[in-house]
Design a protein around this ligand. Structure first.
Ligand code: UD1
Length: 420
């Protein structure tokens, strides 16, 4: 197992390129199950979650080659329809193959994703929507078994709660269904939008992209002719590197980003007193020697993303005053707090809210990564802590941050990966 050793207290400077979005690449790769042609997807981040999904599609009979952030994928010979436990347990987003497999083959089995570090994370909304489209679904021996021998049927579905992968799954189902599907209370994240745009270019009639109501006319089971795809920039990686600049009081420029996807995050930096220079595809953050405390409530896009919550909790330890962060999406997403406390942060948890008492002088220590974004909060804290911080279990970081040490080192940080 690997850890990341960070020598804190360095001032950083420079520019880095942001990678393609993991959370956009995942549904796009799953959607290729609906394609009749070989597809080239560029700007795919080389991270563990992507490799896991590629492995899953290969196990199902697809052919894929992935190098230098470009994926060639051909699912025309896909023959198997079972997503096994061993893969799904390592990555919950494997649930994204459920709807496209069902839509294409009329049958599939997908291991039920279990709970995860950040809460129970059910998939009931995905299943209810598929049932409304005519699927018969049973749970047997830990597997979701879904059948729709005559194909899925267009209908009207209102999601009880906004769900990102749930919306993506049902958009894929509707694309191959018979008739028109109207989806209400959809997630509107940029990753959902990109999936819709790609399916639209593949010939599916979709209205309302980027809004909460989508109208999708299905192809009646006919496979689609996909275009080549370029994955959008990773807004969460971008936000995390802006936090790297912010917490180390450094001038850092991030390139290859879409600032429009980051509005709520940029607003919070500004509220904390950071000056930003935002251009079409790049953002520079400047040092701020009097960081103001902040109030954050996580919510669905375009509001503040839960995937940036942990990083801002780390940053708030350096603010002068009391910050307050409320987590509204996941029930147990403060795993980073105990670890930050080990570094000397003064944070109190009260149900789904934390109070961060700044400014704390952090001191390096051994800390444990628990989930992807919680781990990045520990790296951020390590960059500003005095002495050496060792972040254990960095496989969590490898799931979603491409070339982390390389990018941090390029900015002047002292970090190295060590084997335990
Ligand atoms: C996606 C993102 C994840 C992000 C999250 C919220 C991917 C691969 N992952 O996860 O990084 O943190 O959106 O922005 O894109 N819910 C139910 N029943 C369901 C589905 C969801 O109750 O069937 C609840 C969840 O427990 C949670 C909320 O809905 O409280 C939102 O979850 P959801 O948007 O589905 O998250 P994911 O798609 O799993």
């Amino acid at each position: 197992m690997y850890s990341l050793e960070i020598e804190g207290g360095c001032s950083l400077f420079g520019e880095i390129d942001i990678s393609g979005s993991k959370n956009s690449a995942l549904p796009l790769i799953a959607s290729t199950i609906l394609a009749k042609n070989k597809i080239c997807i560029s700007n795919v981040p080389d991270v563990a979650d992507i490799k896991t999904l590629i492995r899953l599609l290969t196990m199902l009979g697809g052919e894929a080659s992935f190098s230098e952030n470009t994926l060639y994928i051909d699912t025309s010979n896909l023959s198997k329809t079972k997503a096994v436990y061993d893969i799904v347990r390592t990555m919950r987003a494997s649930i994204l193959v459920l709807a496209p497999l069902l839509a294409r083959f009329g049958y599939c089995e997908v291991s039920l994703p279990g709970g995860c570090a950040i809460g129970s994370r059910p998939v009931d909304l995905h299943l209810k929507a598929l049932q409304k489209m005519g699927a018969e679904i049973t749970i047997e021996e830990g597997y979701i078994k879904a059948k729709a021998p005559k194909g899925l049927l267009g209908t009207e579905i209102t999601f009880k709660k906004k769900t990102v992968t749930g919306t993506e799954n049902i958009v894929m189902a509707a694309s191959l269904a018979q008739g028109t599907t109207i989806l209400k209370n959809c997630a509107t994240e940029p990753e959902v939008m990109q999936l819709c745009e790609v399916l639209q270019s593949a010939g599916v009639e979709i209205e309302g992209i980027g809004t909460e109501t989508l109208k999708i006319v299905g192809s009646c089971g006919k496979l689609l002719n996909f275009p080549d795809i370029e994955v959008i920039p990773d807004r969460i990686e971008a936000g995390t590197y802006l936090c790297v600049g912010a917490i180390t009081n450094s001038e850092i420029t991030i390139n290859r980003v879409n600032p429009n996807h980051l509005s709520s995050v940029l607003e919070k930096f500004q509220e904390m007193g950071f000056r930003l220079d935002t251009q079409t595809n790049s953002i520079t953050i400047f040092p701020n020697y009097n960081i103001q405390p902040v109030q954050i409530v996580t919510a669905e896009y375009p509001l503040f993303p839960t995937d940036m919550q942990a990083q801002f909790v780390a940053l708030a330890t350096q603010a002068n005053g009391i910050s307050q962060v409320e987590e509204r999406l996941f029930e147990n997403r403060f795993m980073h707090v105990n670890e930050l406390q080990r570094l000397g942060a003064k944070i109190e948890i009260e149900k789904n809210r934390v109070y961060i008492y700044g400014k704390s002088n952090l001191n390096g220590a051994d800390v444990m990564a628990t989930d992807l974004r919680a781990s990045s909060a520990l790296v951020l804290a390590g960059l500003v802590a005095r002495g050496k911080t060792k972040v254990h279990r960095i496989y969590h970081l490898d799931r979603g941050y491409e070339k982390l040490e390389e990018k941090l080192t390029a900015l002047g940080a002292k970090v190295r990966r060590v084997q335990n």
